[in-house]
Design a protein around this ligand. Structure first.
Ligand SMILES: [Zn+2]
Ligand SMILES: [Zn+2]
Length: 389
């Protein structure tokens, strides 16, 4: 849920700048976005199962050591809450191994219900039991409890088995990239675009949903006990957030704000999408941000950061505008700029999908072979959208 604390500073900044509270046509102005330059990119996997899920074999300490080994900045185990009758606080979170010296620890679970699955993501422990207990209630009641508990709630595998069939009006986002196999996500992308076209600013994120991987004691004794662990393990895909600081609270705020990109693995390129909406030559919006369409051309910029393509990287950048392909552009190098004029007074959004050579990833060495070439995607930049609920 979008924390009030995040909204208040934005309103204060708007007042200090003398910005009007409503535009002349009566509509609300786009909120002033947080800084585009003073944040930090943080990466992790938002959908992981440890041995506290009865259908998973990944020992929690091995999962955490593996995440540390590949340089993750934040960690969350989203174990099935129904496997412990809702008591994730007494199992996953209470496990003395649920700690890291190098990663920010988040708290959540896979809310596993008859009407689909959703991941809760919180900066601190909360009363998950009360959310589990109302899983069969009416959506209005569930929405009120979710709002009170204050976590980021993200629908899982929304077009696959156990797809989300609750209202999206109490969700903050959805898992548009589930597992290492990109081609299985086309249905999720349709769901996402339909929600975006309806004016809902839902954050798209990734999640490996890995249940299996190395087992054993120290890293020197790790063995893979299933083929699946070679292909889909922590980081396939990886979700990047642009956080105002390196803290668990800032990770959740960035998820709420949609300042999020997804890459095929932790070594793959991070996609950054920004826009110059006022024509002054400076980028003033990034993915997740909203702007007012005033009938003037907007310059968009895509940057591809990191990856293992070497000195002459080649990419194909597909730009999606309002659910349809705006263009597909070959890119030699690491940047692309394009221009368009969002229609004044209308709602529109732009997001990008990037394909290219896969980056090698030793922790799940077969994962790169399973992708059909998509290596990253952005969240949208919005024009004239509703405030987030
Ligand atoms: Zn699930
Ligand atoms: Zn799962």
């Amino acid at each position: 849920m979008r924390p009030l604390l995040l909204v208040l500073p934005i309103l204060l900044v708007a007042c200090q700048d003398g910005a009007p509270s409503t535009a002349e046509d009566g509509s609300s102005p786009a909120p002033v976005p947080p800084s585009l330059t003073e944040g930090v990119w943080l990466k992790g996997d938002l959908h992981l199962h440890s041995h506290h899920s009865s259908d998973a074999t990944s020992p929690l300490p091995v999962l955490i050591r593996a995440a540390e080994a590949v340089g993750m900045d934040y960690f969350i185990a989203t174990d099935h809450d129904n496997h412990v009758e809702g008591d994730v606080a007494g199992h996953t979170w209470a496990d003395p191994d649920y700690r890291s010296d190098s990663m920010l620890m988040l708290y959540g679970a896979e809310w596993t219900t008859h009407r689909g699955h959703g991941n809760t993501i919180s900066a601190s422990p909360y009363d998950h039991q009360s959310f589990y207990d109302i899983r069969d209630a009416l959506d209005t009641e569930i929405g009120a409890v979710a709002e009170r508990l204050g976590f980021h709630l993200s629908a899982c595998h929304p077009a696959g088995g156990d797809a989300w069939s609750f209202s999206y009006d109490f969700a903050d986002g959805l898992e548009v990239w589930n597992s290492a196999i990109w081609s299985t996500n086309s249905g999720a992308m349709v769901v996402w675009d339909d929600l975006l076209k309806s004016g809902r600013r839902l954050t798209g994120r990734g999640g490996s949903d890995a249940h299996h991987g190395p087992t054993g004691g120290d890293p020197s004794a790790w063995t893979y006990n299933t083929l699946q662990g070679f292909a889909n393990y922590i980081g396939t895909p990886t979700t990047w957030v642009y956080a105002r600081e390196r803290s668990a609270a800032a990770v959740v705020e960035a998820l709420d704000a949609g300042r999020v990109a997804v890459s095929a693995n932790p070594n793959a390129e991070r996609v950054e999408l920004r826009a110059d909406t006022d024509g002054d030559g400076e980028m003033d919006r990034m993915m997740g941000d909203d702007a007012v369409a005033d009938g003037q051309p907007v310059t968009f910029r895509v940057d591809l950061v990191g990856g293992t393509q070497g000195l002459l990287p080649l990419y194909q950048v597909r730009v999606v505008k309002d659910g349809a392909e705006f263009g597909s552009f070959p890119v030699v190098g690491r940047s692309l700029e394009f221009t368009d004029t969002p229609v004044a007074g209308q709602r529109s959004y732009y997001r990008v999908e990037v394909s290219g050579l896969p980056s090698a990833y030793f922790m799940a060495p077969l994962s790169s072979l399973l992708s059909t070439g998509t290596i990253g995607l952005s969240n949208p930049i919005y024009f004239g959208f509703h405030p987030r609920g």
